[in-house]
Design a protein around this ligand. Structure first.
Ligand code: HEM
Length: 206
């Protein structure tokens, strides 16, 4: 699939997500709405970026270069989410922020996910790729851990028991299922198809 519009797809999705976050902010609880919608936008961009590689193996090869902009949009939304929580909800009251980190496991999961996304965003540029060499690939595999932490954070932030899929946990359960399928697609049996007799192996395949 080599459509001309493809490079614009992440930006189009970013505009749509912006409209969605904006339209969902009610006057009753705007801070909570902003935190919830920006969080959902972040985790959605993260999974969409992870879906690019398996989809490229199914023939949609033009999707592979979209992983970086999609991942950066995930990081941008996660930053909005984190800053809205830190600044608007807690007014940068660090003692209380520290207490939340210690007392609420979902905050800890979210913070770990955010730290990984931050390190990936900071090293997503060419100079970092050149400087880190082989370690760059190892570091960027951390995106799967970030996604797992983010989806768990999503499930635990909801009312109910995420690990028993009870309460308001259907949506994070669906996200978890999608993530597990994307992780399964990385298993050796799914990963590499032998190249056709007169074709060189695909560039960038790992
Ligand atoms: C320092 C990092 C983070 C903090 C402190 C944090 C904090 C929060 C809080 C307080 C909520 C509950 C909001 C509410 O229901 O009132 C929440 C929900 C959520 N967060 Fe985070 N978060 C962090 C990182 C992340 C990251 C990295 C992602 C995704 C990549 C994420 C995705 C979500 C999602 C999807 C929800 C659920 C929204 C919903 O209920 O619909 N969070 N987060």
């Amino acid at each position: 699939m080599r459509a001309r519009f493809l490079p614009w797809l992440p930006h189009g999705l970013a505009l749509l997500s912006l409209a969605w976050v904006w339209s969902g902010i009610s006057t009753v609880n705007p801070i909570q709405d902003l935190i919830q919608r920006s969080g959902r936008a972040a985790v959605t961009f993260l999974l969409v970026s992870l879906a690019c590689r398996p989809l490229s193996r199914l023939g949609f090869r033009g999707l592979l270069p979209l992983r970086r902009p999609l991942g950066l949009y995930a990081f941008a939304w996660a930053s909005v989410h984190f800053l809205a929580w830190l600044g608007l909800d807690y007014g940068f009251y660090w003692a209380e922020v520290w207490r939340q980190l210690q007392e609420k496991p979902f905050v800890l999961f979210g913070s770990l996910a955010y730290l990984i996304l931050l390190s990936l965003a900071l090293t997503s540029y060419r100079w970092a790729m050149q400087r880190l060499g082989k370690n760059w690939k190892r570091l960027h595999r951390g995106v799967y851990l970030a996604a797992l932490l983010a989806v768990t954070h999503f499930g635990l932030a909801r009312k109910g028991d995420f690990f028993r899929l009870q309460g308001d946990t259907l949506l994070p359960g669906v996200y978890l299922l999608i993530l597990l399928l994307l992780l399964a697609a990385r298993l050796p049996g799914f990963r590499r198809r032998p190249p056709a007799a007169n074709q060189p192996p695909a560039k960038g395949a790992d």
